[in-house]
Design a protein around this ligand. Structure first.
Ligand SMILES: [Zn+2]
Length: 217
């Protein structure tokens, strides 16, 4: 019988391997036809149905899932970052496509309209960061990014990362080379270096505080 991704595990207690083997073989559990409609009796509730796929189709599907993650830059980010929900789900789905599932989390249903592969890359913060980092690298470029980000946020300031909801906390230019900004609140003075600033702007774009279309996102 041509089946892919079919795995049955049977656990028995027996004093020897030979006896364990004999006990298992007597159950018919390792015979796929037992589960595929031929089953009657105590396990009828666990009846399986089979979808036959070719080896090529199986690998093409797994490859397609991987390509969606690669194109959306889902796995890009800083090594120190905890993996995002999207990253964990994409990994589960890729491994699931290859027939492996640890049984801890559910793979995404292939027809789910909210599946992560329908999301545009700009909805993922690390993808936004990657895009911004391609364009804004030098001190002047990052200052330009900061000025543009201020211009498209409401009100016309860049929120402090330590107190983002507090309008009294506002970033202002602190150093030009290397470029960095600092919160204007005397008790706060939260600073952002260049890379941290780009990460913060990416987060504000993702959160809708800053309009990403101003940056072609
Ligand atoms: Zn502050």
């Amino acid at each position: 019988m041509a089946l892919g991704g079919f795995r049955i595990e049977v656990t028995v207690k027996a004093p020897s391997l030979r006896q364990a083997h004999r006990l298992v073989m007597a159950t018919n559990f390792l015979d796929p036809s037992y589960w595929l409609g031929a089953a009657e009796g105590p396990h009828a509730a666990h009846l399986l149905t089979a979808n036959l796929v070719t080896r090529e189709g199986f690998l093409a599907n797994a490859n397609w899932v991987y390509q969606q993650a690669a194109q959306a830059n889902i796995f890009q980010g800083r090594a120190a970052d905890a993996p995002s929900k999207a990253q964990i789900q994409a990994l589960i789905d890729i491994l699931d496509g290859l027939g492996w599932n640890g049984g801890i989390r559910s793979p995404t249903k292939s027809l789910d309209p909210n599946a992560w592969w329908h999301c545009t890359p700009s909805t993922d913060r690390s993808a936004i960061f990657q895009e911004l980092s391609k364009t804004y690298q030098s001190d002047e470029e990052i200052r330009d990014l900061y000025e543009q980000a201020r211009g498209s946020s409401h009100p016309y300031t860049l929120p402090c990362k330590a107190q983002p909801g507090n309008p009294d906390h506002r970033n202002q230019v602190h150093h030009r080379a290397p470029f960095r900004v600092r919160c204007s609140q005397r008790q706060c003075q939260h600073k952002l270096q260049r890379t941290a600033l780009v990460h913060w702007i990416a987060e504000l774009i993702q959160g809708g505080v800053i309009d990403g279309t101003a940056f072609g996102l």
